[in-house]
Design a protein around this ligand. Structure first.
Ligand code: RIB
Ligand code: CA
Length: 304
């Protein structure tokens, strides 16, 4: 049974990825480690707890992580994810996070279960960079590391050059991508192949409570602004690629991330580029879109 830990800044698409993980058969979700990103850390933490309580999965532990990048401040993305970070209000959670911090949890789990835990990173990479600084080599103890982030050979979605997660903490992104650990990078070049339009979203329905919430989160996201045309499954694609690698093809590469000087915010900060072919990064290339939606639809019980 695959064991995964999701590092996340929920976030509407993060929430759908988490619901997919909860609904996927024969999967152990060993924990959620929270990082600030789409909205402030406190809201991301609340959203993670609220999602798990809504799903009746208070057994999944949640850990506080970084509320700031390695340097500077998070820019947040309330325009996309709303003030609360979710497109649909969930009841205030009663379940609490664990006393242990995210980085300590990750270090403990990866050293106690080397080669067993798959780590899926769906937000800024601050927790992962702090982990590697605190206990070097930890990331290499993961069975697999799958990251949603970057805009390699394509325009960014937060600046013309940078994707949001990498822009939010470019130094962390650079340190994780260049520490030599083998990883799969699901960047905007891949996730832009996977989007759902307003009409398709309106047609989503499910008899599964988690699938129903995922459909509602998607539908409500469109309701916020009638100019919205497509909802990109950034984080759901990364989660699916962690569980079913065949949903993407990849090419090996060596990458670097522009840190934009000491502080994030430089003109090129967060820009990611291939510095050599071959290397530790399996960069997503083509997406098997049909397979992806069959997986998502199967796990969430999404009808036509
Ligand atoms: O650029 C897309 C990424 O930024 C996704 O992880 C989304 O949740 C936001 O965090
Ligand atoms: Ca995210």
């Amino acid at each position: 049974m695959p064991r995964i830990i999701i590092d996340t800044d929920p976030g509407v698409d993060d929430a759908i990825a988490i619901l997919m993980a909860l609904a996927a058969p024969s999967l152990e979700l060993a924990g959620l480690t929270v990082v600030g990103g789409n909205v402030p850390h406190a809201s991301c933490l609340r959203n993670a707890l609220a999602l798990l309580e809504y799903a009746g999965r208070e057994d999944v532990p949640v850990f506080r992580g970084s509320s700031r990048p390695l340097s500077g401040k998070f820019p947040y993305s309330r325009r996309v994810h709303g003030r609360s970070g979710l497109s649909r209000p969930l009841p205030e959670p009663t379940v609490r996070p664990q006393p242990e911090g995210a980085v300590d949890f990750l270090a403990t789990q990866l050293s106690a279960r080397p080669g067993e835990m798959t780590l899926v990173a769906l937000g800024p990479l601050t927790n992962l960079a702090r982990l590697e600084r605190q206990s070097p080599g930890s990331l290499s103890r993961a069975a697999a590391l799958v990251i949603m982030g970057g805009a390699v050979d394509c325009p960014g979605n937060f600046t013309p050059h940078a994707e949001f997660n990498f822009y939010s903490d470019p130094r962390a992104a650079h340190e994780v991508l260049t520490c030599g650990v083998p990883l799969t990078l699901v960047d905007l070049g891949a996730t832009r192949q996977v989007a759902i339009d307003r009409e398709a979203a309106a047609g989503l329905h499910s008899d599964h409570p988690l699938g129903r919430l995922a459909a509602q989160l998607t539908q409500d996201w469109f309701e916020v602004d009638d100019r919205r045309e497509r909802f990109h499954f950034h984080d759901p694609l990364a989660l699916a690629a962690a569980l079913e690698p065949a949903v993407i093809t990849t090419r090996q590469a060596t990458l670097a991330v522009e840190t934009g000087g000491a502080e994030a915010g430089g003109a090129e900060a967060g820009a990611s580029r291939v510095t050599a072919s071959g290397g530790p990064v399996a960069l997503a290339d083509k997406v098997n879109v049909e397979r992806l939606f069959a997986l998502v639809g199967g796990w969430l019980g999404w009808g036509g």
